[in-house]
Design a protein around this ligand. Structure first.
Ligand code: ASP
Ligand code: SER
Ligand code: ZN
Length: 620
């Protein structure tokens, strides 16, 4: 995750309606009409706007650092005191942002120079949780935010609440979901984790009311509209973009779903019917969001190599730090700098046993000045090796843009931030693993390729509908289309519609299942992950081309390619100083998001799935 607090104000990335772009010289030539409409610019006003933004930059840095330090302290040691301090720091930042947004209305963006105009726009979009002006309401909102995050972090399910030994945290419960094939054991772990979010329900309801009030005060219909405004296009067009991309990948998802369901039916009998949706708790993951843990059940060709290096990591005696070093060495092989010494001193790599922490992985720049860190409870396995690359992708983004004005210190849009490390991790191919000694032999036999692709698809293709629906739910909740009496009902409707899954037992409105997923109490927007899962294949393809790779996309690794590194770095260094299509073009040569490269990558697996599914009734 890209920690919201960790990056201060960069919860929602770039934002700029096309309507407010000033014509660039090339666009303007021959467009006398457009030029004629630009009002005369008063140089005094332009200077005032610049001075205003310079002050804002200073203050956002000051308050952002205080907020990030407090948030780091809280997430790495959840106590009442730390929660209180984090809430206070957030409230101070919220107060200032509201005031600055108010102040910015004195300036007409047409009168500001382009850099200033863009910062004025980004300021309005800079908080995913805008606070009401009323100080009492603002403090209440900040306190709820800190509390929700804390409840999640401390969450434990106790079979017998009187016996602490029977209590299990998310890590332990997730291990059950990952490895058990006992239907009832799975059910208990799945239901057990969902007890932790029940107390969040009234708090979340209030959180929505207060956040919406804040959003309205700065000119948005609700928080959802604010979130959807961060993509250099209108919120309505953004929604259409999400839908267009989903339609591109949906047929592939349906093929995977069909095949997985058939195998689960073999495993569990009629508890997983041959048609219809799949019970949510048998997919190897607490939220059924990625299914990589089912790989042993799904392995297409037994005895052929796969890409999972969990065993090799253990056998070679890797510890957490060495896994992070391995991640870093991928980036440096491409000519990117080493992580600063402070990264190694200040990060949290393992789960401490003397205090409560938020284990959910995140990456930070605490000072907006290259104070890079990650916070993660690393397990020695393949999945976490990939997540380490994901988090380091954030750190290298921060590292590439920290010299920019603070309002430009964000990704081109937030999907870019989430997609960088993932794109790099696509280069963790068998030949790369052999190069670093984690695999003995490389096989590019058709069978080995299908095995590897199955593993990757269970992670990334399975994720797509989940990535889309989380904010579908929040947009409905924020807009009042799904009120508190329909929180769970709407959640499960969307889960069924998009993912083709159902809860193993009815889930009433006395429960609050959305709260059992980190990003809901953590208030991290989620459309970014859906976009990242599409974009990462575009990034990968572009880097492979830069590296001069010829061959099928899934075999490419850009390990060691300085050319690919330079192209990547050029895009990262732009931060959000320009509309995202400009950044995308810099790396990929195209200005639109497109699932084409994803589909190209998975072409071999798709053929395999279609063959396997012959004679089966797919869909749900
Ligand atoms: N970076 C991941 C996410 O964004 C963290 C994880 O997979 O644990 O939430
Ligand atoms: N890291 C994000 C999550 O945990 C997306 O994969 O949900
Ligand atoms: Zn992330």
């Amino acid at each position: 995750m890209l920690s919201l607090a960790g990056v201060g104000l960069l919860a929602v990335s770039s934002g700029c309606d096309d309507s407010e772009h000033r014509p660039t010289p090339t666009q303007a030539s021959g467009q006398t009409k457009a030029i004629a409409q630009v009002p005369a610019v008063d140089p005094a006003k332009t200077a005032q706007a610049r001075a205003f933004i310079a002050d804002v930059d200073k203050e956002l840095r000051r308050l952002g650092e205080i907020e990030a330090r407090a948030s780091w302290a809280k997430q790495t040691d959840i106590t009442d005191e730390h929660e209180k301090a984090a809430a206070e720091a957030t409230a101070a930042m919220m107060a200032y942002t509201t005031q600055a947004i108010q102040g910015s209305t004195a300036f007409n963006t047409a009168e500001a120079d382009p850099e200033t105009a863009r910062q004025l726009k980004l300021l309005k979009l800079s908080r995913s949780l805008p606070a009401p002006k009323d100080p009492a309401l603002r403090d209440e909102l900040a306190a709820i935010e800190a509390k929700l995050d804390g409840i999640y972090g401390k969450g434990k399910y106790c079979k017998n609440p009187k016996k602490p030994k029977t209590c299990r945290d998310l890590g332990e419960l997730s291990d059950v979901l990952a490895s058990s094939r006992n239907y009832d054991e799975l059910l208990e772990a799945w239901k057990g984790w969902r007890t932790i979010s029940v107390p969040m329900r009234p708090m979340y309801q209030r959180f929505v009311e207060l956040g919406n009030t804040g959003a309205r005060e700065i000119g948005f219909a609700d928080m959802g509209e604010l979130w959807r405004s961060g993509y250099d296009m209108s919120p309505a067009v953004f929604e259409q973009e999400m839908e267009r991309l989903w339609q591109q990948v949906k047929p592939l998802y349906e093929q995977l779903h069909c095949h997985v369901r058939a195998r689960l039916h073999e495993q569990y009998g009629d508890k997983v019917p041959q048609t219809g949706p799949i019970p949510a708790h048998v997919l190897g993951n607490m939220w059924s969001q990625s299914w990589g843990n089912l790989y042993p059940m799904l392995e297409p060709y037994k005895g052929e190599p796969s890409i999972d290096v969990s065993k090799a990591l253990v056998a070679k005696g890797y510890d957490e730090l060495q896994m992070v070093r391995l991640g870093e060495s991928f980036f440096t092989s491409m000519g990117l700098p080493k992580l600063p010494e402070t990264f190694w001193q200040r990060s949290m790599f393992t789960k401490p046993d003397d205090r409560e922490v938020v284990c959910h992985a995140s990456a930070w720049d605490v000072t907006n000045n290259n104070d890079l860190r990650i916070k993660m409870c690393i397990k020695i396995n393949h999945e976490d090796l990939v997540t380490i690359h994901h988090e380091l992708g954030h750190n290298y983004y921060y590292n590439s843009y920290y010299t920019l004005p603070v309002l430009f210190q964000g990704a081109a849009h937030d999907g870019f931030h989430e997609g960088i490390g993932d794109a790099i991790a696509l280069s963790i191919t068998p030949s790369y693993l052999k190069q670093v000694g984690l695999l003995d032999e490389v096989s590019n036999s058709d069978k080995a390729v299908i095995n590897s692709q199955m593993q990757t698809a269970l992670e990334k293709i399975a994720f797509l509908p989940f990535g889309k629906l989380i904010d579908q739910w929040r947009w409905d909740v924020f807009a009042g289309k799904a009120g508190p009496s329909a929180y769970n009902r709407r959640w499960w409707q969307l889960r069924q519609q998009y993912q083709g899954i159902v809860p193993p037992e009815p889930r009433g409105e006395d429960l609050f299942d959305p709260g059992a997923k980190y990003h809901i109490p953590g208030n991290t927007p989620y459309a970014r992950y859906f976009l990242a899962h599409i974009l990462q294949f575009q990034f990968h393809k572009a880097m492979c081309e830069a590296a001069g790779f010829k061959g099928p996309l899934h075999e490419c690794s850009v390990y060691g390619s300085k050319e690919a590194g330079a192209k990547l770095r050029a895009m990262l260094a732009m931060g959000q100083s320009q509309p995202w299509p400009d950044a995308l073009e810099k790396l990929t040569g195209t200005r639109t998001m497109d699932a084409g490269p994803l589909l190209e990558y998975f072409a071999p697996l798709r053929a395999y799935l279609e063959e396997q599914n012959q004679g089966r009734t797919c869909g749900w």
